[in-house]
Design a protein around this ligand. Structure first.
Ligand SMILES: Cc1ncc(COP(=O)(O)O)c(C=O)c1O
Length: 448
């Protein structure tokens, strides 16, 4: 951190100097001050908020990392993308906050039109802007309950939809998130279509979508009075699982058959990551509801619940104080335009295919790499004891992550119990991807 930024902290009243810039010092101080962290402080350093470019991150000691997390799928165009900074500077004088759900303003209206336009389906849509992905899911849920008058929903295991209220009720990716907290919503839960570990013992080539039949059976015996089925088009936190399209389509058809709505949770997989604006498009399904988050805010906290018009039976059925403030809306509009002008959807699909090819080389090389799967720039590698038994190897996964971060300087994250995921920023190049795969290769070699 340079003198200027240390001075800013001093001016804010903190007695801080260069000697304090060590990971250990700041991790200790963070642990004393912050209630929670989702990741292990033993693994990751303390990030320097004043430097970084594209897919290059730095910790407070000045160590450089190659980032393949994209800020957990948030930083679509990487760190401190120059044209983004310039655009933001050009709108610095707009009003920062206007109460968007109380009064109309132009940026949020244009953004709602734009978001409705890039998401699948020509039906009449309405948009509610939110401040997070979980709230985007909850906005859709409330709308579906409001419109149908039904209260129960279909969800999956594993699944991740957020950590609060109704969203947490649908989450089922890790008992740490859920146990002890009350269930806010009545969920009929079935297995996510997880073809590498098909819970029904079949394989995708010759299966009869037993997962869809399991849902049919659940609705027969538990009741089909459901408002909405909520599905991730690619299961993210739960283990980077790509479902078979015929299973997603089957779930969609069955949902519609019983008169319920279908929601695609695009918080992690959406905004062009998979080569389509919404990942559900890869499965040939047009959802009734779409929850967006993460990348849509261009680095700021924003989400969007998108649903069929009129979405709510009346005004004031749902609201948030903060939502799509003028500056954020303009930044989001800029991001969408920049992605179109820069042909990022095509690039993401192409780079994703390249990454899968490179990671499949690791699958050929190591007995412990059981599966490589993904669409576009959302890719997972599942670690097992050996390919035949497919026994999950969570400890090995943890050692690989630790080695990758600390020794190879590859900033990477796990998913599920035994998976490593790639959700890089869209500015990543094939050279960066080669570099990342080589670093991961070394981390695996030193860990098996
Ligand atoms: C698929 C999915 N839905 C919802 C969420 C929750 O988003 P947020 O943490 O912004 O509430 C996440 C976060 O990782 C997610 O991956």
């Amino acid at each position: 951190m340079d003198d200027k930024h240390i001075q800013i902290l001093k001016d804010l009243g903190f007695d801080i100097d260069k000697k304090m810039m060590t990971n250990e010092y700041w991790k200790r101080r963070a642990a004393e001050a912050l209630a929670l962290t989702t990741q292990d402080r033993d693994v990751y350093g303390c990030l320097d908020h004043t430097v970084g470019e594209g897919v290059r991150l730095f910790d407070v000691e000045g160590t450089e990392y190659l980032d393949v997390t994209g800020g957990v799928a948030v930083r679509a165009l990487g760190l401190r993308y120059k044209p983004d900074i310039e655009f933001e500077a050009s709108i610095n004088d707009v009003v920062r906050e206007l109460p968007g759900m109380d009064f109309d303003a132009i940026p949020q209206t244009l953004l709602a039109e734009r978001v409705a336009g890039i998401t699948p389906g020509n039906h009449k849509k309405r948009v509610v802007f939110t401040t997070s992905g979980g709230r985007a899911v909850e906005g859709c849920l409330k709308s579906a309950i409001d419109l149908t008058g039904k209260r129960r929903v279909v969800g999956f295991r594993p699944a991740f939809h957020g950590r609060t209220g109704y969203a947490l009720a649908l989450t089922s990716s890790n008992s740490k998130h859920k146990s002890g907290f009350p269930q806010g919503l009545d969920v009929i839960r079935v297995f996510y279509p997880y073809c590498y570990r098909c819970p029904y013992g079949t394989n995708p080539e010759d299966c009869s979508v037993e997962c869809v039949e399991a849902l049919r059976y659940a609705l027969q015996v538990e009741g089909n009075d459901i408002a909405v089925t909520v599905m991730e088009p690619i299961c993210g936190e739960g283990g980077l699982i790509v479902p078979a399209s015929k299973a997603v389509k089957g779930v969609y058809d069955l949902t519609r058959e019983v008169g319920a709505y279908f929601m695609s949770d695009e918080v992690q997989a959406g905004m062009g990551r998979t080569g389509k604006w919404c990942a559900i498009e890869n499965h040939g399904v047009v959802p009734d509801y779409i929850a967006m988050g993460k990348a849509i805010g261009g680095g700021y906290p924003m989400g969007a619940s998108i649903g069929p018009a009129p979405m709510f039976t009346g005004g004031s059925r749902h609201s948030e104080t903060f939502s799509a403030e003028p500056k954020m809306s303009l930044l989001s509009l800029w991001l969408i335009k920049t992605m179109e002008d820069g042909d990022y959807l095509r690039k993401n699909a192409e780079n994703g295919t390249y990454l899968m090819k490179r990671l499949n080389e690791l699958k050929d090389k190591y007995e412990e790499v059981g599966d490589v799967r993904g669409i576009g720039l959302m890719v997972g590698i599942e670690f097992v004891k050996d390919k035949k038994s497919k026994e999950k190897a969570p400890k090995l996964r943890d050692s690989i992550v630790k080695n990758a971060v600390q020794k190879q300087k590859l900033w990477i994250l796990g998913a599920g119990q035994n998976v490593i995921r790639f959700t890089p920023s869209y500015v990543i190049t094939q050279d960066n991807l080669d570099d990342a795969v080589e670093r991961l290769d070394r981390a695996i070699k030193e860990s098996v």
